[in-house]
Design a protein around this ligand. Structure first.
Ligand code: NAD
Length: 346
């Protein structure tokens, strides 16, 4: 049995609720953005839908969409009927639920522009008589302001509650997307939870309801800001200890039962060999790309500025990721590669 956790209702109190298998089945789905995360998420979603359902997928990389549909048809038993769409509007035209998983705010805005302009071409009567409102679930990590702008555009294009846009950024990486164990941070009105949660739980194992639309992204960016700083501090502390002559495994074991313990020290330790399963132990391959970390940090800084929140460490952290990423030996690797950039012993 999978669990749902709501953090906001009305006080910030975690609560668990069982996923009801009797929840109403939705018929037509669109999935747009089939990259490292979206490809696996769409695959999981499709496999858990009924054969009477339809999923239409789209990516500007046509080959990815074709490969995915081929895989859905040949490698997965059961699941919804899968089709490749010509563009985002074509994917979403008849969809009750649209899921988007795109890199940056500009891609999300362009995609929704395309979708909403397709709806403009549909007869008003047809739009208004659809049996249920359309729901748009954006899983991209973007800034809350851009997300609210897109939500407002959806509301304007589909008035009278005919279209609802929610933000559901995720954590768990490509491994979690593949295994269907992602955690989603949901920004949505309470009334949409029964509709949205069962869909997300087909791609993940936990939904954290953070508050109204935009709140999922605020929570995601605050978390990733903290992670950005912890990762650099862990790399610095490990490098310092090694330079002082400490065995890195000994140092990590001390930190991990002491007050410096954090995810980068315990799970994603930046020193090769300290944690066998960490990207550092395989030449920093896989994991959370340094480019994505830099992007999330930039978005957190933007959102902090809008909120008037001081982030004194952010400029330096941003400079670290930017310069590290420019180094050939670090580019495209897991963000813990800042240890290498610092000149850490490998
Ligand atoms: P990705 O770059 O691998 O994939 C993005 C996909 O979007 C690509 O296939 C690209 O062709 C497609 N695309 C771009 N513009 C498009 C458009 N206009 N229409 C249709 N498709 C378009 O990125 P990803 O790693 O899958 O990440 C997606 C989002 O999830 C990002 O916002 C990222 O920050 C977030 N995220 C990623 C991870 C991770 O570990 N990769 C973890 C958590 C969150």
């Amino acid at each position: 049995m999978k669990n749902t956790i709501r953090l906001w209702r009305p006080a910030l109190r975690a609560q668990r609720r069982a996923f009801s298998s009797s929840s109403r089945r939705l018929d037509n789905y669109a999935f747009i953005g089939l990259g490292q995360m979206g490809y696996q998420m769409a695959r999981n979603l499709q496999s858990k839908l009924a054969p009477t359902d339809t999923i239409r997928v789209y990516d500007i990389n046509k080959a990815a969409a074709e490969r995915l549909v081929q895989e859905m048809k040949t490698q997965q038993a059961g699941g919804a009927a899968a089709q490749v769409a010509r563009n985002a509007g074509d994917a979403a035209r008849d969809a009750d639920t649209v899921v988007t998983c795109l890199p940056e705010p500009k891609h999300v805005k362009a995609t929704y522009d395309c979708i909403l302009s397709t709806y403009e071409g549909i007869q008003k009567g047809e739009l208004l008589t659809r049996p249920k409102p359309r729901v748009f679930i954006d899983c991209s990590t973007i800034d809350p302001t851009s997300s609210r702008e897109v939500a407002a555009a959806v509301t304007a294009a589909l008035p009278n509650g005919r279209g609802k846009f929610v933000d559901a950024p995720m954590s768990g990486g490509v491994v979690g997307a593949t295994a269907g164990t992602l955690t989603f941070m949901l920004g949505a009105p309470q009334c949409l939870l029964p509709r949205v949660e069962p869909i997300l739980l087909r791609m993940g194992k936990r939904v954290l309801h953070c508050g109204p639309q935009g709140a999922g992204l605020s929570a995601k960016l605050a978390n990733n800001y903290l992670l950005a700083i912890e990762n650099i501090a862990t790399a610095e502390a490990m490098n310092l200890g090694v330079k002082w002559g400490l065995d890195p495994k000994v140092l990590a074991s001390v930190i991990n039962v002491s007050t410096g313990k954090c995810w980068p020290s315990e799970i994603n330790n930046p020193v090769p060999g300290v944690v066998e399963t960490a990207p550092a132990s395989r030449d920093y391959e896989g994991g959370f790309g340094i480019g994505l970390m830099r992007k999330d940090l930039r978005l957190a800084m933007l959102a902090a500025k809008e909120a008037g929140a001081e982030l004194p460490l952010a400029d330096k952290a941003s400079e670290v990721y930017e310069t590290a990423e420019q180094q050939d030996s670090c580019k495209g690797r897991d963000f813990s590669v800042v240890y290498r950039w610092l000149g850490g012993k490998e």
